[in-house]
Design a protein around this ligand. Sequence first.
Ligand code: ATP
Ligand code: MG
Length: 417
Amino acid sequence: MRSPPAHRATTAHVGALFPFVAEPPLPCPAPYIGRDLLGGAFCYDPFRLYACGALTNPNAVVLGQIGRGKSALVKSLLWRMSLFGAQAWVVDPKGEYGPLAAAWGVKPLRLSPGGRLRLNPLDGPPPALVDGGRPELTRRRVTLLGSLAESSLGRPLRPAERAALDVALSAAEARQPGRAPLLPQVVEALLAPAPGPAAELGTTTDGLAADGRDVALELRRLVSGDLRGMFDGPTSSQLRLDASLLVIDLSAVYTSPALGLLMTCATAWVQTALERSGDHPRLLVVDEAWAILSDVGVARWLRSAWKLSRALGVANLAVLHRLSDLRAAGPSGSEQALLAEGLLADSETRIVYAQSPAESEACRPLLGLSDAEAQLLSRLRRGVALWKVGPRSFLVEHRLSEAEAAIVDTDARMTGA
Ligand SMILES: Nc1ncnc2c1ncn2[C@@H]1O[C@H](COP(=O)(O)OP(=O)(O)OP(=O)(O)O)[C@@H](O)[C@H]1O
Ligand SMILES: [Mg+2]
């Protein structure tokens, strides 16, 4: 029997044979990302999608195994969005955003222990610019310091430690009114508290110093230990906060066990600098965010910072390998697991590159994946990701131009190129 003659048709006509497979494109004009493998071009811009009501928050999480193209996507997204006027701030723990910065015409800010550049994580906008004024500013600082201390101590702070920290921060703030306190001043005030606040708390100065001693010793690492010279002074005055791209290169401390702490200090500084530097919409990228998220103390801080983003006109973008980076440290229902869920709930765009079958299964409920989507994840090739944008799903092959390929290449050492 002869087979029927071949029939040729356009994809628009063939779509009629099975009309419900492919999603219509996202509703607003935006930078091109690549090919929607179920048909058409895929374009994405969190600010425009937010503005036209397709998203209720502009935050995104990029997940995927090593070397699948997560950072390449972020770099080319920033590059393409810059053509639409977007600005970006990047916390770069591997020091791999240098070529992007060079193409943009800016120099990364390289932080290293004992280096010349300092960022003060306790900086803040003038209290008049903060909703809630000075008390709110103090609350944010104490949350940050508490998270740093909890993360170093590996346990939650006790009430007496928290009170000692509160008192020490107030003392440091009072030392130079109108200027941001510094970490060394907080440590000093913890080690040698004043009699007045001690009496208010119904204790002696020795008692208060004993309460705050462990916290002081942990924070002291950032001030006079192996990590000094990065976050222990006033922010260097030569920084330009109005640059359209600002990259904080932390590669000098990438192998440090304290990477999570240092990234938190850098991100905290970025958050407050964003508040002081106008209301232009900006992307805040935290690459290798697992280093922050795998620690419950600092993850808690990041979640609260995430919540501020809409008010600041910031779209947060966190890059991590897998959700179990976050969940591994705590059983289901633990604070760690709740933080993971919260962060995802606050990120309406989830870009998922290849995952192991076990991980795909584990992240199904958190990401709201269908059976077919979960099975697909373990088979995705480099550069292809499942995009969950609000309730909608797209399978997207990220396409790079020749110029971008040079900017995003992290394989030079592997390929000898
Ligand atoms: N869409 C793409 N098309 C072609 N090559 C790509 C694409 N995306 C990434 N690559 C290449 O793959 C390599 C790894 O990409 P990238 O550094 O983005 O991986 P990653 O997922 O961020 O890895 P890691 O988890 O180690 O940070 C890069 O050299 C990049 O040039
Ligand atoms: Mg990467």
